[in-house]
Design a protein around this ligand. Structure first.
Ligand SMILES: [Zn+2]
Ligand SMILES: [Zn+2]
Length: 407
């Protein structure tokens, strides 16, 4: 049993809580808490992070052990008081990781994804990327360096992650007395707001006293408007992950001299040129079609997400038993499907090629498994003939994307 990954149970647990939140929101007559496109986008990003995490988490842990074994300052035992100190130390490191995540362009590029969501519910908690996990690991390394045992640090990672999941909801109101010490959903909601007085506030994850000490505490007064000051006008899976890196690169190209270039990468996001993003969106998202069209094939999207979630749960459970080929197959299948879901929300014409790509990956995998790779020309030929004879791409755009053929 030792190789079974119990993180697999986190996925069903997530959906149970999400379901409860959704039902409760309906009962409280607050259906606006959920938005279809935004929830799909948040969940897609969460799936990708959990998926890639399976491949990289091991190296994060190895890094903690490497630092602890070779460079630790102190020999800290593990007892009750040490656990208590570790919780405080972790949240202190978190405070600065999170604050710099908002104050330094390079870190903001990873953290901004968490803030794209204009909805504040459990799906926003899932909106974490692997790039953000990489940056976080860099900061987290301070803990084994000080001398906390990596096993303890890894346990804290899970505790911290679980706690912050529950602070992303609007169904729990203000709990004033708790806010003196703990971060509540109301306090973290303020952090997700784009209202002037709420900007750059409440960086703590579990405790509010770091914010109080460093002058960044703000309690909820008016109802927050959630999301970015300059919202991202795209649900594209790829664009959401990468847009801010492109923005930094563009600013860097425009900058003259060392200081200006340094600031392009390590300066404050508040000084980012606001004309850069629209310019890049024009360049990279040029085929954006009419978003007023309703999706006829929502069920198609649900099925795809459902398949991803099922695959990911089983994949996580059996990860250690699989060989490299299986792993690469599942990784590429799920990633293509997630890109597809994002493209479907925006009715992109090119997603048709993605469908072919996915069919190609699946057939190649099964032919390889059956030692029949020499017959790979068969599915390729079928795809080419089907396209030539039936113009599938036109039907696809008409039926699934509901685009006019004249476009
Ligand atoms: Zn943040
Ligand atoms: Zn958050």
């Amino acid at each position: 049993m030792e190789h079974i990954n119990f993180l697999a149970f986190a996925m069903p647990a997530f959906f149970i809580f999400l379901f409860l939140e959704y039902k409760l929101a309906q009962r409280k007559k607050k259906p606006e808490i959920f938005n279809y496109e935004s929830s799909v986008s948040n969940i897609s990003i969460g799936i990708a992070e959990r998926l890639i995490n399976l491949f990289v988490a091991g190296s994060f842990y190895q890094l903690y052990f490497f630092i602890y074994d070779n460079y630790r300052f102190l020999d800290i035992p593990s007892n009750f008081f040490v656990w208590f100190a570790l919780i405080l130390a972790t949240d202190f490191v978190w405070y600065w990781y999170h604050r710099l995540g908002h104050e330094v362009n390079f870190f903001w590029a990873a953290h901004i994804v968490h803030h794209h969501s204009e909805e504040f519910n459990f799906t926003a908690a899932a909106r974490i990327t692997t790039l953000q996990a990489v940056v976080r690991t860099g900061f987290w390394c301070v803990l084994p360096l000080v001398g906390f045992h990596p096993d303890m640090v890894i346990t804290m990672l899970i505790v911290h992650g679980a706690y912050s999941f529950f602070t992303h909801t609007q169904l729990i109101g203000k709990i004033k007395w708790l806010e003196y010490v703990f971060v509540t959903p109301s306090i973290h909601g303020v952090h997700h707001a784009s209202d002037e007085k709420y900007l750059d506030k409440n960086y703590g994850d579990m405790f509010t006293f770091w914010d109080r000490i460093f002058g960044t505490f703000q309690e909820e007064e008016e109802k927050p408007k959630y999301g970015l000051t300059h919202p991202l006008k795209s649900y594209s899976f790829l664009w959401q992950h990468t847009h801010y890196y492109f923005e930094i690169y563009e600013l860097w190209k425009r900058s003259k001299g060392f200081k200006a270039r340094w600031n392009a990468v390590f300066g404050s996001p508040a000084h980012m040129d606001q004309d850069i993003r629209p310019m890049l969106e024009k360049r990279f998202l040029q085929d954006k079609s009419n978003t007023h069209q309703r999706l006829r094939f929502r069920n198609y999207l649900y099925i795809q997400l459902g398949v991803c979630i099922l695959f990911l749960t089983v994949f996580t459970y059996y990860f250690e038993f699989l060989n490299l080929l299986d792993k690469v197959f599942v990784l590429s299948f799920i990633l293509i499907t997630l890109i597809n879901c994002g493209a479907l929300l925006e009715q992109r014409k090119w997603m048709y090629y993605l469908e072919y790509g996915r069919i190609f990956i699946v057939t190649t995998y099964f032919l390889y498994e059956e030692n029949l790779l020499t017959f790979l020309f068969v599915p390729i030929a079928i795809m080419i003939f089907a396209e030539q004879l039936f113009s599938l791409s036109k039907h696809y755009q008409k039926v699934v994307l509901q685009l006019e053929s004249s476009e």
